[in-house]
Design a protein around this ligand. Structure first.
Ligand code: CA
Length: 224
């Protein structure tokens, strides 16, 4: 994966380049905002990690220009702990996720994996995560090339989770989504469907994690 790191703190840059390089990502780095903007208008990346406070041009302006050019590359913004306004502005401008400094590198790795998966998961009507594929029109899911035996409710729940793979989905979101499809469903029923799906997916290294009080998170358990 091609990752563009826009950050002006040399210590952080050093650590990130080293860590992400280990994952065989092709890393490009720029510390000046204006130059980063130029690079983004001519080169393609799979992910941009963007600091907000930069010399030359602010991260928020770089992001605004990127989205104005209709470039939908996933962007993870890095914000200072006390700058809630930066975070809100960044997400409003189309950032996909954020991390607050100082952050744990394992946390960063997890966010990057989630963003890279999301960026490459959807192609037309097919959703794919690892060896799991879902045809959202034919309502058919295959895992490791074999069709899964799923009820239509299970397919609906799976689709909701796959569309938000790597992110937390609350039970409320699932039930709202289902009721928009005219499928009323109780929280207990959601738990049952998730439990069944988890069982059927585990052979393919796909996990649906339960985050107590928050919801569910579907992810590939192998590292990429
Ligand atoms: Ca900075």
């Amino acid at each position: 994966m091609r990752i563009f790191l826009v950050e002006d703190d040399p210590v952080l840059v050093d650590g990130l380049m080293r860590i992400l390089g280990q994952y065989k990502h092709a890393m490009t780095h720029e510390s000046n905002g204006l130059r980063a903007d130029e690079i983004l208008s001519t080169q393609e990346f799979d992910l941009v990690i963007l600091d907000m406070g930069l010399p030359g041009l602010d991260g928020s302006e770089i992001l605004r220009r990127l989205r104005y050019r209709n470039n939908q590359t996933p962007v993870l913004i890095l914000t200072a702990h006390d700058k809630v306004s930066d975070r809100v502005a960044g997400l409003d401008l189309g950032a996909d996720d954020y991390l607050t400094k100082p952050f744990d590198l394992t946390e960063l790795e997890a966010r990057i994996r989630a963003l890279l998966r999301r960026g490459h998961s959807a192609s037309g009507a097919n959703l794919r995560i690892g060896d799991l594929q879902l045809d959202t029109i034919g309502h058919r899911a295959t895992l490791l090339g074999t069709t899964l035996e799923l009820s239509s409710r299970e397919i609906s729940v799976l689709e909701i989770l796959m569309l938000r793979a790597g992110r937390i989905v609350s039970k409320e979101q699932i039930s709202q989504q289902l009721s928009s499809l005219n499928e009323e469903i109780s929280n207990n029923a959601i738990e049952v469907y998730v439990h069944r799906l988890r069982k059927k997916l585990e052979i393919g290294h796909i996990d649906i994690r339960t985050l107590r009080g928050l919801g569910y998170l579907l992810e590939k358990t192998e590292t990429i």
